[in-house]
Write a protein that binds this ligand. Structure first.
Ligand code: NAG
Ligand code: NAG
Ligand code: NAG
Ligand code: NAG
Ligand code: NAG
Ligand code: NAG
Length: 485
């Protein structure tokens, strides 16, 4: 009796230890296939049953109901994963947006910022020394917006704009190494408010590359080269380096792929009852899949595949999937439709409106309601409902838009004829993203409950043996780790 329960207890103890161990890894590799929808995963794996994605899923978890941030632009989408938080908490609403308490570059006058407050803040190529060069020189401080901090007018780097810390910061401050690659030097933002979150940043400028599938694939190959160097513990040329750069395989590394997003915008899906991939889109996904295969091979060669959790979670997807729904509207029509003076409008497949005089919100909304068919508006979000939906209060938070326009699915506010899909909006096509977690020690499983990509951040901390509660944005919003962890 005694010996039986002793053995039983030992078995239980061992099982617990193994379970705890199996949830801990020395490395996390986190990738965004920008544009990749949740629905694309199944379509692709059916098309390519021997693909790397199919193999990752064989020993992985798929979150089939995962949503990225709202709005779903690249910056809020990336920041959601790395802070565990939404725009209302991070202040990062869009790649190119207005802040009522910022000033344009060169506003400094003594210690004060001169001119009226309010400025565009763009996390784009426009921050670079030379935006037409692939290695653009990084961020030129002369291009940065300014703000009064501690009574002094100063340039604000993207990382300083974040109101909460990032997982890169926490991993770095625990003495481990980190590396990240993305499409502009403005992805400095992932470093977090301390500015110290990256051992190595790798930010070739996408603006230097023509928006075309093969050139974008060539661009993405630079990122893949960096991923392979990092796995080998090397710092690639043209990196932004902290300290001595990498001395070993980073504990946390990741980056994005741009090719799928570009193929969606140019070619997209077939125009039929079932939306399949067009050939250029297949070419782009095959390229990304093959690249993930190279990452897996490199991890195996380094004998750390078992010890690496791979996460593939898109920072945004793309709308509309159905090309028959696509139509464009000139964004110049939005401001006049409000009937009041407008300071700033960010427009894609959404519009974020900042008014000159906030007391005119009701007037502007009443006028926009008369223009719902002209502007193909599905919803006008403002006032008490804006707050109830988690979109904040523009009267107390200088980063919150006064009015958010959700468009009918398929509408893009643009004059460009070059794109048939866009992201940034609030629709499922924009936000319902691929989200996969894989390691050879995991048992294949599908989680179909509603999931947020904000959960990626706290999960990464937990599996690296750090405390998810140290992630300020996740704590503020009560963001939990992903199911299964
Ligand atoms: C998949 O791989 C297996 C061997 O691993 C092979 O027999 C099969 O033909 C492959 N299928 C495709 C569609 O490539
Ligand atoms: C700069 O600041 C001084 C006072 O410190 C003020 O007199 C001057 O008008 C300011 N210049 C501008 C352009 O705001
Ligand atoms: C940026 O780089 C391009 C290509 O090298 C060059 O022609 C241009 O003069 C540069 N611009 C600036 C502002 O340095
Ligand atoms: C891209 O390259 C492939 C061959 O790799 C070619 O078939 C295709 O036409 C090219 N696409 C464009 C848009 O040039
Ligand atoms: C899709 O088909 C509709 C008609 O069914 C047509 O109006 C639209 O232009 C087509 N879109 C594309 C991208 O081919
Ligand atoms: C808009 O601004 C102009 C000055 O820039 C002003 O004359 C006009 O009265 C303003 N309109 C409204 C509706 O406030």
């Amino acid at each position: 009796m005694y010996s039986f329960s002793f053995i039983f207890a030992t078995v239980l103890y061992r099982a617990t230890v193994i379970l705890a161990w199996s949830n801990k890894y020395n490395h996390v590799a986190v990738f965004s296939i920008d544009g990749f929808h949740s629905s694309d995963v199944g379509k692709y794996v059916t098309l390519r049953p021997n693909s790397t994605l199919a193999r990752l899923l064989e020993t992985g978890y798929e979150y089939t109901n995962a949503y990225t941030s709202a709005p779903s632009d690249s910056f809020p989408g990336a920041v959601a994963q790395f802070t565990g938080a939404s725009p209302i908490t991070t202040s990062v609403w869009y790649d190119d947006i207005w802040y009522r308490d910022y000033y344009p570059p060169f506003s400094v006058n003594g210690t004060h910022c001169q001119g009226p407050p309010g400025a565009e803040v763009g996390d784009t190529e426009d921050l670079d020394y030379n935006k037409t060069e692939l290695f653009s020189g990084g961020i030129n401080p002369a291009n940065l917006p300014q703000k009064i901090v501690d009574g002094v007018c100063q340039e604000i780097y993207p990382h300083s704009r974040l109101r909460v810390n990032t997982i890169f910061e926490l991993v770095e401050s625990s003495g481990k190494q980190t590396a990240y690659a993305d499409k502009h030097p403005a992805y400095d933002i992932v470093r977090g408010p301390s500015g110290k979150g990256l051992t190595v940043g790798y930010f070739p400028e996408i603006n230097a590359v023509p928006t075309e599938i093969n050139t974008t694939i060539a661009y993405d190959k630079l990122h893949v080269g960096a991923f392979l160097d990092w796995i080998d513990g090397k710092t690639p040329a043209n990196s932004e380096i902290q300290g001595k750069g990498l001395t070993t395989t980073p504990s946390l590394f990741g980056g994005n792929f741009q090719a799928v997003s570009v193929a969606q915008k140019i070619n997209g899906y077939t125009n039929s009852t079932v939306q399949n991939f067009t050939p250029p889109l297949i070419q782009a996904i095959d390229f990304v899949d093959n690249s993930l295969g190279q990452v897996v091979s490199a991890l195996k060669a380094k004998k750390i595949y078992d010890d690496t959790l791979i996460i593939v979670a898109s920072k945004h997807s793309q709308a509309p999937i159905n090309p028959a729904l696509y139509r464009k509207i000139d964004p110049a029509l939005i401001a006049p439709a409000t009937g009041v003076n407008v300071t700033w409008i960010t427009s894609d497949d959404i519009a974020l409106i900042f008014l000159e005089d906030q007391s005119q919100i009701d007037t502007a909304v009443a006028n926009l309601q008369k223009a719902t068919s002209e502007l193909q508006i599905q919803d006008i979000i403002y006032g008490a409902r804006q707050q109830a939906l988690g979109f904040g209060n523009p009267f107390i938070d200088p980063a919150v838009p006064d009015i958010i326009i959700q468009v009918d699915l398929g509408v893009i506010y643009t004059t460009s004829t070059a794109k048939i899909e866009e992201h940034g909006g609030l629709s499922d096509d924009d936000r319902h993203v691929a989200c996969i977690v894989s390691n050879p020690g995991l048992k294949k499983k599908v989680f179909d409950q509603e999931t947020s990509t904000r959960q990626v951040g706290p999960t990464i901390l937990k599996v690296l043996g750090l405390n998810p509660a140290d992630l300020q944005g996740a704590r503020i919003e009560g963001t939990r780790v992903l199911e299964g962890f």
